[in-house]
Design a protein around this ligand. Structure first.
Ligand code: SF4
Length: 64
C-alpha cells in the first residue's frame, strides 16, 4: 500500500525542489522522478540529501 506524506512534508520538500538546479521541467535529474509525484510519497528521499524535516514528515503520517 502506498503511504502518502503529510501536507506539510510535501510543502517542505517542494521548497527544496522548486529552486533546485537538478529540477528540469518538473523532473529530478538526479533520480529521474516526477517531482510532483515523488514529493507526495512518504517513503522517498532526495537522492543528494537536500530535503529537511524528513523524520517530521514520517512522524506526522503515523500520528495522522
Ligand atoms: S529530489 Fe533533491 S535533487 Fe531532486 S530536485 Fe528535489 S531537491 Fe533537487
Amino acid at each position: 500500500m502506498v503511504k502518502l506524506a503529510a501536507k506539510e512534508t510535501v510543502q517542505d520538500r517542494l521548497s527544496y525542489c522548486d529552486p533546485c538546479e537538478h529540477n528540469k521541467l518538473g523532473i529530478c535529474k538526479q533520480c529521474g522522478c516526477i517531482i510532483q509525484g515523488k514529493t507526495r510519497l512518504a517513503d522517498t528521499s532526495c537522492p543528494i540529501g537536500l530535503w529537511g524535516k524528513e523524520e517530521f514528515g514520517i512522524k506526522s503520517l503515523v500520528e495522522d
